[in-house]
Design a protein around this ligand. Structure first.
Ligand code: UDP
Length: 322
């Protein structure tokens, strides 16, 4: 298939582009390179630099590419930033997404795989989280993703654009070529590995009095190559609807740090820091639906292996893609 990939220069997008190409698909990447990296775009893909907030440019790019499907990764994705600058999130994630849907409609493209998030669930009443858990986001990031899911549902009903919403839990790890390079970096695993590399002095542990066995937050970390695989399955099997993507088990911040100490052999000093606003105690996926309907079974299901893959990449790229 010919696939148009927005955000194909970003962390999850770049790895999915590589997998699409390996599986024999043709790829056009559309990315504004504001947070993505040109070096992260596989050289077999065609690259267009463009921004979803400019409707004419998106429409022109989709029309020229004539894709059979779109994968939509391009978005802002930082909870903290979204609480300070909601306009960025509604502007890019919602309005930019709408421009993409309009470009698809005009070009007659009927298949979309959309990067959604467990942040659409907010503070869930129960874990593991199934897809029918009420979606009550607690920050503009989660809200912008949920609103776009809803817009897509109407476009599906009215214009027949079939959409799969892949709700990622905590994307983590790296492949040999591609890894996580954000500036500023806010995510736990790359921040822990920065300490291991001697680039920061200590890892700050946000909150130690959560309602969890060791008092730190529990998250469901899922390897990006498994996430990439889920996109291929959703595309090739023409699946629609929502799919949670996680390992179905959680690891606390302290367990992640312990795994990083074991993998790197470095001390990794930590310091207790106040809670970060908007962090639920635990987020764990039930990925049963993805397993039954997509045939998706994560291959990397252990935190040490996830951290190890990230460590290899960060050691080989101590300054990221720079
Ligand atoms: N966290 C932390 N120190 C850091 C970064 C993150 O203690 O430097 C915690 C954070 O509060 C959360 C967990 O690690 O409980 C995962 O955070 P991350 O930002 O990686 O992902 P999120 O769950 O926000 O998507």
């Amino acid at each position: 298939m010919k696939v148009f990939v927005t955000g194909g220069a970003g962390y999850i997008g770049s790895i999915t582009v590589e997998r699409l190409l390996d599986a024999g698909h043709q790829v056009v990447v559309f990315d504004n390179l504001e947070r993505g990296h040109r070096e992260a775009v596989d050289e077999r893909a065609r690259f267009i630099q463009g921004d979803l907030r400019f409707p004419d440019g998106v429409a022109k790019a989709v029309r020229a590419a004539k894709p059979e499907a779109v994968m939509h990764f391009a978005a802002y994705a930082l909870v903290g930033e979204s609480m300070e600058r909601p306009e960025l999130y509604f502007g890019n994630n919602l309005y930019g997404g709408l421009n993409l849907l309009e470009a698809m409609r005009a070009a007659g493209v009927r298949k979309l795989v959309f990067s959604s998030t467990c942040a659409t669930y907010g503070f869930p009443a129960r874990v593991p989280i199934t897809e029918d858990t009420p979606q009550q986001p607690v920050n503009p990031y989660g809200e912008s993703k949920l609103l776009f899911e809803r817009v897509c549902s109407w476009y599906e009903k009215i214009y027949g654009i079939e959409t799969a919403f892949l709700r990622y839990f905590n994307a983590a790890g790296a492949t040999e070529k591609y890894g996580e390079d954000h500036e500023p970096e806010t995510h736990l695993i790359p921040n822990v590995l920065r300490v291991a590399l001697g680039r920061s002095r200590k890892i700050r542990v946000f909150g130690h009095d959560y309602n969890t066995p060791d008092g730190t937050c529990i998250r469901d970390y899922v390897h990006i190559s498994d996430l990439a695989e889920a996109h291929i399955l959703a595309l090739e099997n023409r699946c629609t609807g929502a799919f949670n993507l996680g390992n179905g088990r959680g690891w606390s911040v302290r367990e992640v740090i312990a795994a990083a100490r074991a993998v790197t052999g470095r001390a990794i000093p930590e310091e207790q820091a106040p809670r970060r606003a908007g962090d639920p105690d635990r987020l764990i996926a039930s990925a049963d639906r993805a397993s039954k309907e997509l045939g998706w079974i994560p291959k990397v299901n252990d935190i040490q292996a996830i951290v190890e893959s990230a460590w290899k990449w960060h050691r080989a790229h101590p300054n990221g893609y720079a």
